[in-house]
Design a protein around this ligand. Structure first.
Ligand code: TXA
Ligand code: MG
Length: 334
């Protein structure tokens, strides 16, 4: 665990938010809550500040950042063109967990965009995030506030664990709501191309949305992600008890993430859930808990790939290191 210096962790009061805004304005790093996960923020227009994010996270330089704004008009100065599709998505989903990829305005530093010529922008639906961005008066570049390759943080304690030694200020507003990252959508064309599954589902986006991954991958989706320090196995709920029993008999220390209705004798219950929404909320905490408990393997029940279940399964497969299913142009699994 990296050490968080005394005074750097603050409950997200009005005063703490004002102080955090000042930190951002002078080029510092502020970790803050959004409705999805905690972000590690810096002034998006200050290349030095943005470079500090990459150094703090040990993030590859070709993996660009999402710029967070507090009102829709801030989009005008960050992108070259707002397409009709982008306009309609902004109207429908902002503030909220939808990130739009558009052609970047020349004023956006290369380090923020990874030199792609495009830029990712979203307006988070969290009062602390919105107040912070407004008070700072600058757009805020923020990746998830985990060390690169670790599960995204959904509590201030997760951030302190991964990045405690490098943040200038960490605003604590309790656990985040959604628990998984925003949906990343290329909005340059006529129809939404989904680069990263997320809290806004395919059903929300409508039948004309498609998987954009194979056309133009989000750099971030190429890296191994969300990996806890123990092996993860995804397993159908009907097979889970038998698999756990076999592993326990073989002498393994087995952790499980299972529906409330399932009993798994001899296994360590890491997390129970009612539905995909509840699993999304607690998944990253479960991965970290399993690691800290020192289990030999974490068995995680699969969920139906509808609604947010699609994003849950995407993250689970990344954690397990198993390939994503091939999908056709419409994003339907084949
Ligand atoms: O919910 C979220 O999106 C959180 C909170 C903090 O807002 N942020 C987040 O950021 O998850 P990060 O950096 O962990 O993930 C950003 C994703 C990466 O997969 C990155 O490659 C992709 O967005 N991305 C950013 N800019 C892009 C661009 N110009 N073109 C394609 N993909 C881009
Ligand atoms: Mg991330």
């Amino acid at each position: 665990m990296s050490q968080l210096q005394v005074g750097r962790l603050r409950a997200a009061s009005r005063e703490a938010i004002a102080e955090a805004a000042a930190v951002l304005r002078r080029g510092g790093l502020v970790a803050f809550p959004t409705e999805t996960v905690y972000g590690l923020g810096a002034n998006a227009l200050d290349p030095r500040a943005v470079e500090r994010i990459f150094a703090a996270k040990q993030r590859p330089a070709d993996n660009p950042l999402i710029i967070h704004v507090a009102d829709t008009s801030a989009l005008d100065s960050l992108v070259a063109t707002i397409t009709p599709l982008a306009r309609s998505l902004v109207t429908r989903f902002w503030p909220g967990p939808l990130t739009l990829i558009l052609d970047a305005a020349p004023s956006v530093p290369r380090v923020t965009t990874g030199g792609l010529g495009t830029v990712a922008v979203r307006m988070p639906d969290h009062p602390v995030a919105l107040q912070l961005i407004r008070a700072a008066g600058v757009p805020v570049a923020a990746p998830s506030a985990n060390r690169s390759g670790r599960p995204s943080p959904t509590t201030a304690a997760h951030v302190a664990h991964d990045l405690g030694g490098v943040v200038d200020l960490l605003l604590d507003a309790g656990p985040t709501g959604v628990g998984l990252e925003s949906t990343v959508v290329d909005a340059r064309g006529a129809h939404a191309l989904v680069y990263r599954e997320g809290a806004v589902s395919r059903e929300d986006l409508g039948p004309r949305s498609a998987t954009g991954q194979r056309l133009s991958p989000s750099p971030g989706t190429r890296y191994r992600h969300y990996a806890p320090g123990c092996p993860v196995e995804i397993i159908a709920v009907d097979d889970l008890q038998q698999r756990a029993r076999a592993m326990i008999e073989a002498g393994l220390n087995v952790g499980v993430v299972v529906p409330r209705s399932i009993d798994v004798p001899g296994a360590l219950i890491i997390r129970r859930f009612e539905d995909s929404t509840e699993l999304a909320h607690g998944l990253y905490d479960a991965l970290r808990t399993a690691e800290e408990a020192g289990v030999d393997v974490l068995l995680c029940s699969s969920v139906p790939e509808t609604g947010i279940g699609r994003a849950v399964m995407d993250r689970l497969r990344r954690a397990a290191g198993t390939p994503q299913p091939r999908s056709d142009h419409t994003g339907r699994p084949r």
